[in-house]
Design a protein around this ligand. Structure first.
Ligand code: ATP
Ligand code: MG
Length: 303
């Protein structure tokens, strides 16, 4: 299978029929490859991504936003680190969204992420996002209570309304030239337990372990229901969800890289075209510069 085709397998094109149980967290698309081979495939797609990003930046028309959502220890940080490793930091903006501050709570629920949207020419990464507002907030009514909403606006349809708002926001972004790709890293409950144990047993990983994560884990089934509904309600052709198997880290990274490469390729990016007038200015500048250099560099040969 070509790497570009890999992500298509996990893109949710028929959200109405989507079931989370359709995707096995341990799946690796039959790619029984060695670690070295996976690393090489990832390296190749990162190289492609780096070329595409250069064009995205030069053309300065489209923006790209990659959203990462997952249960704890599903590998968001690692996926971001590896997939973006070949990308020019100047063209990339990463934001991690934690529990909101009191200042953020004074605004509408999409305020803090809206001001963090990528500029044209850039790739933005959201490590968690406004999707937390229909996930963790839904799992914890006490968080919603702290949001200072006028009580008459908090009814039984609040989640439906939030989905509607998110769809409208994403449509608006698409119409304004932002390509949005959303990744749910789908880890199994069993694999999460293994990773939590590693975080406890390995002193170098202790800092990653958070007692609160165990409490969220206990709500697993609720979270899976909320994720499933979120994906059904908000996967659209202009802002698709990818449900990425996340029990094997190398595979998660390949799928994410593949989705980004394919997404950027579909934008048919081009370096800005140079006009005839600019071309003749370039010719003049070239002649003047060449005067200053030794003989053999004048014809454009390497000296
Ligand atoms: P890791 O996977 O490495 O633990 P993380 O993304 O979970 O990284 P943390 O600092 O552990 O980072 O946790 C951030 C916490 O902030 C999460 O529990 C998340 O649910 C919470 N959070 C994010 N957005 C909101 C929000 N809008 N309202 C309430 N809580 C939020
Ligand atoms: Mg955490």
């Amino acid at each position: 299978m070509k790497i570009e085709a890999l992500a298509r397998k996990y893109r949710i094109d028929n959200p109405d029929r989507f079931r989370l149980s359709d995707i096995d967290p341990g799946d690796c698309a039959g790619l029984a490859i060695e670690k070295d081979e996976a690393r090489e495939m990832l390296r190749e797609s990162i190289e492609k991504l780096s070329q595409l990003q250069d064009m995205l930046y030069a053309q300065d028309r489209w923006a790209v936003l990659a959203i990462f959502q997952a249960m704890d220890a599903a590998g968001k940080d690692g996926a971001i680190k590896h997939v973006m490793s070949g990308v020019n930091p100047q063209g990339c903006q990463v934001y991690s969204f934690k529990a909101p501050t009191s200042h953020e709570l004074d605004h509408d629920f999409m305020w803090r992420t809206t001001i963090a949207m990528p500029e044209r020419g850039r790739i933005g990464i959201f490590n968690r996002s406004y999707y937390e507002e229909v996930l963790v907030v839904r799992a914890h009514p006490e968080i919603l209570a702290k949001q200072k909403l006028p009580p008459q606006l908090v009814g039984k349809d609040i989640w439906k309304e939030r989905f509607e708002d998110i769809r409208a926001f994403e449509k608006y972004q698409a119409r304004n030239g932002t390509l949005m790709l959303k990744f749910f890293l789908h880890v199994s409950r069993h694999e999460q337990a293994k990773r939590f144990l590693e975080r406890i047993d390995d002193p170098a990983k202790n800092w990653k372990f958070n007692m609160g994560d165990v409490a969220e884990r206990a709500r697993w089934d609720d979270y899976m229901r909320y994720y499933e509904e979120t994906i059904r309600e908000t996967s659209r052709p202009h802002a698709p969800w990818f449900v990425v198997p996340a029990d094997k880290k190398w595979f998660t990274r390949l799928v994410v890289a593949s989705a980004l490469v394919e997404g950027l390729e579909n934008l048919a990016l081009q370096y800005p075209q140079v006009s005839d007038a600019t071309r003749s200015e370039l010719k003049e500048a070239r002649a003047a510069l060449a005067q200053e250099l030794p003989e053999k560099k004048k014809n454009g040969k390497k000296g």
